[in-house]
Design a protein around this ligand. Structure first.
Ligand SMILES: Cc1ncc(COP(=O)(O)O)c(C=O)c1O
Length: 335
C-alpha cells in the first residue's frame, strides 16, 4: 500500500473512516442482505470501540442497560465503567428470553439493550427471527436503542443464520456492529458501526473526540482483500476449517467428559459453552488447568450481575487439531 500510495501516511484520514472502505463494507453487508449506505457507516478500531463509543455517548451513571446473561465480558466492562445499572435477561437455546424482556423494559425503561443474537457469545445460541422482531417492537415501545453485536454471523456450519436485526429495523433503533477480528484479522483492529440520523451524528462526534479516526494505512490495506473474491473464498474455508475443529471438540467431549457435563452444540462461531455440576467452580478449575498450560474462559466472567460459576467457554479457533485434541482431553481428565 505504501509503495503504491506513499502519501497515505502524510495525511489525516476521514474521521468517519476511509470512503473506499465504507463503500467496500456497504457492498459486503449487502451480500449479507443488510442494505446500508457509506454515509451510515463509521469505521471503528474493532467493535470493542463501537461498544465504547455508544456507551460514552448514550449511557451515564444510573442509566439502565439490559444485557444477556451470560454475555460478552468486554461489553460488561464498558457499561460498568460508565456507571450503568445493568439488568440481565437469561439466554436459552434461542438466545435472549424475550418473554422476560418486556416486563423488565416496561418497569425500568432501559437506554440500551445489548445483544449478540447470532452465535451468541459465549453460548453459541442463534435467535430466531420472531424473537428478533419482538425485541425491535419492545425497543420501539420503550424508545430504547438496541446494540446488535455481530462479530461472526458469516461463520455458520450448516445453514445461514436469520436476517440481522438491523435489516429488520424500520425505525432506526438498532446500532449494528460488525467487527472484522473473527473473520479477517484481529490485529487489524478494524470494525464498522452502522446507524442513522442523529444517533449516527453523535457517535461520529464521539469518534472524533476519541481518536480522530482509525489508522488510515490499515483501512486502505484491507480494501483490496475485502472487495476481492478472495474474501468470499476465505470465508468458505474458514467455515469448513472451524466446523472440523468444532466437531473434533464435540467428539472428544462426548467420549471423555464425565456424564454430568453438558454443552450447547454450536451451529457456528468459535466457542463451545459447557455446563458443569453447580458445585464445580470453574475459576478453581482454571487454576488447575493452567498447571497443564491450558486456559479457557471461566463462566464467572460472562455474568454482569448474579454470577454463575459452573460454566466454561472453550474456544476452538486458534489451535490446530493436534493441540485441540490434547487440550480438550486434558480438560476432560481434570473434570
Ligand atoms: C461479541 C463480541 N463483541 C466484540 C468483540 C470485540 O471484537 P473486536 O476485536 O472487533 O474489537 C468480541 C471479541 O471477542 C466479541 O466476541
Amino acid at each position: 500500500m505504501l509503495s503504491e500510495n506513499p502519501k497515505v501516511l502524510s495525511q489525516y484520514g476521514e474521521i468517519q473512516g476511509d470512503k473506499a472502505l465504507r463503500e467496500a463494507m456497504v457492498e459486503y453487508l449487502q451480500r449479507m442482505d443488510l442494505p446500508t449506505s457509506p454515509d451510515n457507516i463509521l469505521v471503528t478500531s474493532g467493535s470493542q470501540q463501537g461498544i465504547d463509543l455508544i456507551a460514552r455517548t448514550f449511557v451515564g451513571p444510573g442509566d439502565v442497560v439490559v444485557m444477556e446473561a451470560p454475555t460478552y465480558p468486554g461489553a460488561i466492562d464498558v457499561f460498568r465503567e460508565r456507571g450503568a445499572t445493568i439488568l440481565t435477561v437469561p439466554v436459552d437455546s434461542d438466545g435472549m428470553r424475550v418473554d422476560l424482556l418486556q416486563n423488565l423494559c416496561d418497569k425500568y425503561k432501559p437506554k440500551i439493550i445489548y445483544t449478540v443474537p447470532t452465535f451468541h457469545n459465549p453460548t453459541g445460541a442463534v435467535m430466531p427471527t420472531k424473537r428478533r422482531r419482538q425485541i425491535l417492537e419492545i425497543a420501539k415501545s420503550t424508545q430504547c436503542l438496541v446494540i446488535e453485536d455481530d462479530p461472526w454471523s458469516e461463520i455458520y456450519f450448516e445453514r445461514k443464520p436469520p436476517a440481522s436485526m438491523k435489516s429488520l429495523d424500520k425505525d432506526g433503533h438498532v446500532i449494528y456492529l460488525k467487527g472484522l477480528s473473527k473473520i479477517l484479522a484481529p490485529g487489524c483492529r478494524i470494525g464498522i458501526l452502522a446507524a442513522s440520523g442523529s444517533i449516527f451524528k453523535r457517535l461520529l462526534a464521539a469518534k472524533a473526540n476519541t481518536d480522530l479516526g482509525s489508522p488510515l494505512l490499515t483501512q486502505k490495506a484491507i480494501i483490496p482483500f475485502i472487495t476481492s473474491k478472495r474474501m468470499m473464498d476465505h470465508l468458505k474455508k474458514l467455515r469448513t476449517a472451524l466446523k472440523i475443529r468444532c466437531d473434533l471438540v464435540l467428539e472428544i467431549l462426548s467420549q471423555h467428559s464425565p456424564e454430568e457435563v453438558s454443552w450447547f452444540i454450536p451451529k457456528g462461531g468459535l466457542n463451545v459453552w459447557l455446563t458443569l455440576p453447580f458445585w464445580i467452580n470453574t475459576d478453581h478449575l482454571l487454576i488447575e488447568a493452567k498447571k497443564d498450560q491450558i486456559t479457557f474462559l471461566p463462566g464467572s466472567a460472562c455474568y454482569p450481575t448474579e454470577q454463575e460459576n459452573h460454566h466454561l467457554r472453550l474456544s476452538f479457533s486458534y489451535m490446530n487439531e493436534q493441540q485441540l485434541t490434547q487440550g480438550v482431553t486434558t480438560i476432560c481428565n481434570l473434570l
